[in-house]
Design a binder for this molecule. Structure first.
Ligand SMILES: C[S@@+](CC[C@H](N)C(=O)[O-])C[C@H]1O[C@@H](n2cnc3c(N)ncnc32)[C@H](O)[C@@H]1O
Length: 280
């Protein structure tokens, strides 16, 4: 066990910045999205959490009662690990050299056998050192991104500390989006950022989870939004501007929003149109 470092941290109220780079991350849009959120709600639900940029922006103001979820178990373990022991996560990261050999050794390791803080450190390490910094799995559910050879800092202690602080008391779940919304009420608010509807071609990113998010999932997702609407639960959805999305959400308020997606495997598609759909 490495000796813990003494960190010089910003004051305890610093806002967390997302510490992972995530495909479809909404960091650039977080403020614009938040402006559209209702002024008041009881609990905040975010069932497609990813890199958490929208929640972190929201939580940097007032404490938020939140239910946060994602189907990716490595991701949820990472948040749990940072919340319960961010210093141990940081200390573990300090022992991991950024070399090709170490990268492939860690990539081959089965995270299931590691304690929570080491699982969190492993994902952060792979995210910061892999090619183009994105999480992607193959059909067997194995992380399969090659080494990126970037000379970058693995973490900022202020971000880990602030993340641990805002996640305190948050209900963090690893689950499919449908079950996460079982206990939502009309007093709550739901922000939903599912994988994008495919625009066609192999450039579309859809490798967050082993199962992938396919057209039947988009149908299931839109049906759930209609059910929530009938139950008077307010929601806002982020999606790509495609004919399928406009068809699935016909009758709801659909607005274009300017998005510059950071991660897109095809450079020519960087400025794909994006919409927000809302039912209030
Ligand atoms: C577009 S990303 C969310 C990005 C996030 N808003 C951010 O700013 O980083 C979509 C997320 O949905 C998750 N996901 C995919 N299928 C899911 C499912 N069936 N239920 C819940 N989450 C799922 C993926 O693991 C991924 O993290």
């Amino acid at each position: 066990m490495p000796r813990p470092k003494t960190y010089r941290l910003a004051d305890g109220t610093a806002a967390p910045r997302p510490f992972l780079k995530w495909a479809g991350g909404k960091q650039a849009l977080a403020a614009a999205l938040q402006k559209r959120f209702p002024d008041r709600f009881d609990r905040y639900f975010e069932p497609f959490l990813g890199g958490g940029s929208v929640f972190f922006a929201l939580a940097s103001g007032n404490p938020v009662r939140a239910v946060l979820a994602d189907e990716n178990p490595w991701l949820i373990d990472t948040y749990r690990g940072v919340r319960s022991a961010w210093r141990r996560v940081a200390a573990t990261l300090d022992t991991l050299p950024n070399t090709k050999a170490d990268y492939y050794r860690l990539r081959a390791e089965d995270p299931a056998g590691l304690p929570l803080h080491a699982r969190a450190a492993r994902l952060i390490y792979l995210n910061k050192t892999c090619f183009r910094g994105l999480f992607r799995v193959n059909r067997a559910g194995r992380f399969n991104v090659p080494y990126g050879a970037y000379d970058r800092r693995l973490y900022d202690p202020n971000d880990l500390a602030a993340t641990a602080r805002v996640l305190r008391g948050v209900d963090l779940r690893c689950a499919d989006f449908e079950s996460v919304l079982d206990d939502v009420t009309p007093k709550d608010f739901v922000y939903l950022d599912p994988p994008y509807v495919k625009l066609g071609g192999h450039a579309d990113f859809n490798r967050y989870t082993k199962g992938q998010f396919r057209e039947p999932d988009h149908d299931r997702f839109a049906a759930l939004c209609r059910d929530l609407d009938r139950a008077h639960v307010r929601w806002l959805v982020s999606q790509s501007d495609t004919p399928l999305v406009r068809k699935l959400f016909r009758g709801f308020r659909i607005q274009r929003i300017d998005a510059r997606r950071e991660i897109n495997l095809d450079a020519t598609r960087r400025n794909v149109g994006e919409v927000v759909v809302q039912n209030y």
